[in-house]
Design a protein around this ligand. Sequence first.
Ligand SMILES: Nc1ncnc2c1ncn2[C@@H]1O[C@H](COP(=O)(O)OP(=O)(O)OP(=O)(O)O)[C@@H](O)[C@H]1O
Length: 616
Amino acid sequence: MAQRVTVSDGANKKTSRVRVAVRLRPYMGTQDEKDEGPCVRGLDSQNLEIVNWRNATETVKYHFDAFHGEQTTQQDIFLTVKPILPHVLNGQNASVFAYGPTGAGKTHTMMGSSDQPGVIPRAVREVFKMVKAKNGDKAWDHSIGMSYLEIYNEKVLDLLSPGSQDLPIREDKDKNILIPGLTRTTITSFSDFDKHFVPASLNRTTASTKLNQRSSRSHAVLLLKVVRTQIAPPHRQQTGKLYLIDLAGSEDNRRTGNQGIRLKESGAINLSLFTLSKVVDSLNSSTAVRVPYRDSKLTRLLQDSLGGSAHSVMITNIAPEYKYYFDTFGALNFASKSKLVVNKPFTCETVAVAVPVLPVKRARDGHETGGSGTEPQKKKLRDERKTEQDSSPSSAHFHSPSVMERLLALEKLMMNSRDKDLAESRKELQEHKEKQRPFESKAMLFNRVGGERSGVNKEPAFKNSVAPLQRKTSASKGIKQQAVVQPLQVNQLQPLQQLADVKKQSVCVKKKEKLFTQVEPPDGKENFIEVSWENQLEESVLEGSRQKILQVLNSGSLKELKGLQQIGDKKAKLILGWRKIHGHFEKLDDLVKVEGMTGKRYSSFMKANILSVMGK
Ligand SMILES: Nc1ncnc2c1ncn2[C@@H]1O[C@H](COP(=O)(O)OP(=O)(O)OP(=O)(O)O)[C@@H](O)[C@H]1O
């Protein structure tokens, strides 16, 4: 019976980090109508930089296990993958996948062409070569089987048996992932493989989108199973699996022009890619408790071949043209959460024209089409559609002026005008409250909000304190902004100071998280509370309000966002910009990741908005 081989270098220690390489495809004039030049460039074999959209005079620098520039050959890419292949012959599992925006070169990297074969044909050839070499010792017999499937709209379809139904993914008692009913063809040579692989590839679902004439609409997964059987007794047998995956491209439907079926495909693609990014994050994080393999078919399939004892290489494909800027930025952030902002000018020609206008333009576009669609859960996907349909009522909900809104606006006014007599303002507030008996209990809560805010008064008011977009003029500010980003991998070559900055960033995150639940200490004056104001509300009411706020944050237009309490024009744009890069807010707490939204402001924002929602 096949046994699972694990590699252990300590109890419960994850042994295999996902190795990340980035490949920059050559600049294509045809993809750049405005002739703006590249927005990203390599620095050396591990580092690259991309123009900072917030400040065109700066670049954001990334470090990876490997960086492959525009001149890279298919063989160079294969050499990044080659080291993991021998493990498959030792009964271990491995996976290689190409990730990146649509049109950035994933299929070119994985499949290639007849004159420039990609990772898949090269890896298969190499496996045969290794098996041949091993067969020389006569101790083990090897057999190789191939399966080939696509995951299309969250369905597992057999590419070697077109027309088959959605196949189930199961796990056996040894935690091996199996797909009952999936064709497995024994192959004895590379030409044998080619004979099956080429026609089966034509079965893959592709379609033309605005960004790629032949865009892959599914994740194509080639599985090689190498079974190694000991010739002499006790005839031990080991099975190693190699997954070679050409992922569908992450998509921004504002630019693909996707509608109807394409849009549905896109939702499924983005969902699985989002889950994949969470899985990779968890695997590379020392603190993650649960790896969310089960959240998509793709990651479920890869469960025994990605992370744990398996060996994985992710090739992130990126494109240099400005029109891919946000896709590239998103892909790089997925590939490495450990980024460094440096105050170093990029070449003037490449930054002068496009960057500063992009965020605003795209944020507006976002509302017209309902966002990029990077949804964390299937449920959210459904919710998103529902949200699209419900968008007007939702907007009305947050725009209809209410007593609570007016009360809160009054309080905001109080906070904004520092010179205003506090006692007088409170008197005014009290008058409003008295007029509205039905809201008495809520108004009491509001008073408490005001109490907590008495400490906030010492800080600039929200509207006036939103940081301008071009604010990264010092290294310290840059680092502060990254505080919301968890490092994916530690850059061994980073100077000590930079490593210290990364550490600082985690501390910062912790502090912010604490603020969410902490009740601010009394300031010795009036209106302070000892217990969390949330405890005063019924949980279901609170949850309902939170959901409404989250819905607006995730699908609201600029106008709808501005309808939220304490969200002005600048903050609304920053939220839209954040959404564009990172996808949706999974939870409300994620709002602190938006520039300028401190833990304190977040607490205040939540109170104001929950009360506002309740007051309607
Ligand atoms: N390194 C490269 N050198 C030359 N041409 C490339 C390179 N990478 C990609 N291309 C070309 O760019 C175009 C888009 O590439 P490809 O289809 O591989 O993108 P993709 O990321 O797989 O897109 P999708 O996700 O939409 O399937 C193709 O015409 C391809 O030949």
